[in-house]
Design a protein around this ligand. Structure first.
Ligand SMILES: [Zn+2]
Length: 248
């Protein structure tokens, strides 16, 4: 196929994926005639999972739109709280329940998400293939800081995590997926992701420090690992984080 070129302009945080000289300005990108706009976008380094709207010569198109050369292409990220209903959304319809699978580097974020109540699979020896397969089979959103993982064909739903610190990452995810109303703090085991069940003070005798048992009334137990949880200092800390997240 003979290479031709089209003029591309990426908006907002999509610029983070571009070489510095291409950020926040139009640039010419060589494309193979007949290739899809999705292929062209990924050849510039931007994972398709981050893109929600593509305008070619001002008209909203799907990922499979074929470029012929000479077009002006504007590429927008997932809009937050902005109504673009009349245009073609490239993201699949939102999932009824937001569930995640995280790459091996995001263990701390996985624990934070679980504390906030979100079903979040993470294991320190997942391969990229496993993560992509889990995402497809269980309709989970891939969270990663690895662009290559998001560019895998099988991955439909994903999010490139921009923040590097776990508490800020949690806030980023809650905002990006508009999960403020879905927070269920302290309902899920932060170690193994299982839903916790309430247990009585009597049932935890000998399993928690006696001073804690005497002082508190509410205890929960993980059915998977048997850990007992109570409202200790990490509760207060997470509560503060969640509060800041919901009303920054
Ligand atoms: Zn557990």
């Amino acid at each position: 196929m003979m290479p031709v070129s089209a003029e591309f302009r990426f908006y907002e945080e999509l610029n983070d994926f571009l070489a510095p000289e291409r950020r926040k300005r139009p640039f010419s990108l060589e494309i193979d005639r007949g290739r899809s706009v999705k292929d062209a976008i990924e050849s510039a380094g931007v994972p398709h999972t981050e893109v929600d709207l593509v305008l070619v010569n001002g008209v909203s198109v799907g990922f499979e739109h074929v470029l012929r050369g000479g077009e002006r292409v504007a590429v927008y990220p997932v809009f937050e709280r902005l109504d673009i209903a009349p245009l073609v959304h490239l993201r699949p319809a939102p999932l009824r329940e937001t569930r995640f699978v995280l790459d091996t580097h995001l263990g701390k974020l996985a624990r934070h998400l679980r504390l906030a109540g979100f079903d979040s699979l993470w294991h320190n020896d997942y391969t990229d293939e496993e993560i992509a397969a889990i995402a497809v089979a269980q309709k989970r959103i891939v969270l990663t800081r690895d662009k290559g993982l998001l560019m895998r064909r099988a991955v439909e739903r994903g999010h490139f995590v921009h923040e590097t610190q776990a508490e800020r990452q949690l806030a980023e995810i809650v905002r990006a997926f508009q999960l403020e109303g879905a927070l269920r703090p302290f309902t899920r085991c932060r170690v193994c992701n299982a839903l916790l069940r309430d247990v009585t003070r009597e049932a935890v005798a000998g399993r928690v420090p006696e001073a804690v048992r005497a002082a508190l009334e509410r205890f929960t137990e993980c059915p998977e690992c048997g850990r007992i949880f109570w409202e200790g200092s990490h509760y207060e800390r997470l509560r503060r984080i969640l509060r800041d997240t919901v009303s920054p």
